[in-house]
Write a protein that binds this ligand. Structure first.
Ligand code: NAD
Ligand code: ZN
Length: 357
């Protein structure tokens, strides 16, 4: 057996107000007056107080990113070209992602595509990236995905939704400032936070679990409970740490049935990751009975109602596509059932689950 040689984010700052230190962090990267930084910022922050706090210099670029759709390979490639045009042949000294999981993933992907030729679709998979990325920094303004901690950037490509998984994908620096996630609309806060909760449930109930992943996963779940059940006064701090620890846990374990089905759902019906996971979780009583019960308790507490009947009337073609995408996620099902998962994960099983959504 080969053990995972796990790359983590080497530098991190945590604390309310720590966003102020971004300028100091960037100063270490800037060597000359011409060195520029690219700030990839979620458009939701345009015109908001946070925009005025971004420590730009005159030579820098603010790249407003649109996350109406979750990141596509075509969008990553278009943004990369924008940066290349701006730099006139020079790369930035750092790419800063400021936003939710989608924006963090875009920043990771751009920093990789600036040093690796051929377009992002050709790097969807494991360890296909050849050259180190441009220095890149992640600053979440929405917590739950664990994208700040992970070694992947999830992209929808021409024929699959799959990450660019590599050691080079990992951020060089993250800044976790709980002030920045204040005021996220309740539904979004819930859906993205549940991504974290579900990561924990899937990891802890999976066949890949080990003490390393359990240590992070259990603590992450406890923090989620303090946020979504206890309404703890330090909920922002707690959710931010839950997200980070969830990412660490998954890096040394794996997600499971909920993510496998949710990937199929979002590939075909376009549901975003957080809400897609919640729709799926609500039909997984047989897989994670205790987790699903607690998930429903959290939904009730925060008055969340999920869309229902979403696969009714869909074409057979689309259903087949969802089944194909979901059953293709071998490591996830291996984590659910073990190595003979293929005997269990039949088209009939997947169809029956999709039909319940
Ligand atoms: P998101 O980044 O897609 O953002 C969701 C919405 O919240 C957007 O409208 C955004 O503008 C808004 N938003 C962000 N910050 C806000 C703030 N402070 N105030 C108000 N609104 C704000 O959502 P997400 O759930 O964080 O990320 C989902 C993406 O993350 C998916 O593309 C998924 O594939 C990816 N993901 C990546 C990893 C990874 O390891 N790389 C893991 C899980 C999920
Ligand atoms: Zn997830």
């Amino acid at each position: 057996m080969k053990f995972r040689n796990f790359k983590t984010v080497p530098r991190m700052i945590f604390g309310r107000g720590s966003f102020e230190q971004l300028d100091d962090v960037l100063a270490e990267q800037r060597q000359t007056d011409r060195d520029f930084v690219v700030f990839a910022v979620d458009s939701v922050h345009k015109g908001k107080p946070l925009e005025g706090r971004i420590p730009t210099r005159p030579q820098d670029m603010i790249l407003w990113v649109d996350v109406t759709d979750e990141p596509k390979t075509t969008y990553v490639d278009a943004l990369t070209i924008e940066v290349q045009k701006f730099g006139k042949g020079n790369n930035p000294v750092s790419v800063v992602g400021l936003g939710g999981g989608s924006t963090l993933d875009l920043a990771k992907a751009i920093s990789l595509m600036l040093t690796n030729e051929g377009g992002s679709a050709s790097y969807q998979g494991w360890d296909l990236i050849k050259n180190p990325a441009v220095h890149h920094i992640g600053i979440p303004t929405l917590s739950g995905t664990g994208a700040e901690a992970s070694r992947t950037t999830v992209l929808t490509g021409p024929d699959k939704k799959l990450g660019m998984n590599s050691d080079y994908t990992v951020f060089d620096q993250i800044i976790m400032d709980p002030d920045l996630i204040k005021g996220v609309p309740t539904e979004q806060w819930f859906y993205t936070g549940m991504d974290c909760y579900i990561h924990g449930i899937e990891a802890l109930n999976g066949t890949y679990i080990n003490e390393f992943a359990r240590a992070f996963g259990e603590k992450s779940l406890d923090l989620c409970r303090e946020v979504y059940i206890d309404d703890h006064p330090d909920a922002d701090e707690k959710l931010m740490m839950a997200s980070y620890m969830g990412g660490q846990s998954i890096a040394y374990s794996q997600v499971g049935a909920c993510h496998a089905l949710s990937y199929g759902l979002s590939y075909v019906l376009g549901y975003h990751h957080g809400i897609g996971n919640c729709i799926v979780m609500d039909v997984l009583d047989e897989f994670y009975p205790e987790g699903v019960r607690e998930f429903r308790e959290m939904m009730k507490k925060h008055n969340i109602t999920l869309p229902k009947g979403i696969t009714k009337g869909m074409s057979e073609d689309d259903m087949q596509k969802m089944i194909r995408v979901s059953s293709g996620l071998a490591p996830l099902w291996d984590n659910v059932y073990g190595p003979d998962w293929q005997q269990q994960v039949t088209p009939a099983l997947l169809r029956s689950l999709f039909e319940k959504m």
